[in-house]
Ligand binder design. Sequence first.
Ligand SMILES: C[S@@+](CC[C@H](N)C(=O)[O-])C[C@H]1O[C@@H](n2cnc3c(N)ncnc32)[C@H](O)[C@@H]1O
Length: 308
Amino acid sequence: MVQVTDTTVPRRPDPAVDGVSALDAALAFESVLGRLYQGDCLQLFPEIDADSVDLLFADPPFNLGKDYGLGVKDSLGETDYLTWTSHWITHAARVLKPGGSMFVFHLPKWNVEIGHLLNDLAMVFRHWIAVDIKLSLPIQGRLYPAHYSLLYYTKGKPRRFQNLRVPIPICRHCGGDIKDYGGHRGKLHPQGLNLSDVWLDIPPVRHRSTKRRAANELSEKLLRRVLEIASAPGDVVLDPFGGSGTTFAVAEQLHRHWIGFELGDCEPIVGRLRGEQPRVPPKNLGDARKGMKRPRSSTGARLVNLFD
Ligand SMILES: C[S@@+](CC[C@H](N)C(=O)[O-])C[C@H]1O[C@@H](n2cnc3c(N)ncnc32)[C@H](O)[C@@H]1O
């Protein structure tokens, strides 16, 4: 469990009255390695020094009308959403150290735009990683959407890059190889295949007994991979859209320092970092409503519509 500095106070300090910084006033949780601030990332980012963060991971609201609780808005007009995106992306690039890395998890449609914004900020493109989606909804008149995009940029030449290996995939029924490797199976590296830019092995976090929040919790496996590729123990990782705190939980496990922002309810994050069991609000109530209520496939599994 995370070593915690208890920040329970009867009232949140007011910068104007108590002479504390806006960042200190927003502090919602503190551990030995990290700090979580509750507030709008556009107000918190300016409090972070330029060139101070090794790795920034962002999984922003997708503008799909999800209910994140506490009135967090997730349905802007497309122009307003892009303007808002350009503001936080500019801050994100500013706080990165030279050589630092940025990963943005989003729908392909929006990561195309974010790529343009990052190019304009002289960030260096590394990869468009396709993260396989299990069970999305088919859409009439379009190809079947089967991946989320994970953009990977660096601020100049990367300071950290770990070329990871993944286990050689095997058939889960017969235990045999699923590819023949052109007859060169024996020459494969004993520690597995080089990680590619197509990730088929990231599980969704959909089961109610393991979710922290109803909407959009990412798998720890995804975050572990990102942190292992582009950071080292002791580095500083920032996530401006905390959600259920996946980035912070993984940063703790991998001994990275972390800075987190979350505009909505921080309790799921705090509970998670304190080692409490997941508890998602009852179905169709509050935060659970829009994130969970989705059609089911013929097998009963929930489907995700990427374009609504
Ligand atoms: C897609 S979720 C992130 C999920 C997270 N990656 C996880 O694994 O749990 C986006 C989060 O951003 C938060 N958010 C939305 N607008 C924000 C803003 N302006 N500043 C900070 N957080 C914001 C939402 O409340 C939501 O929790």
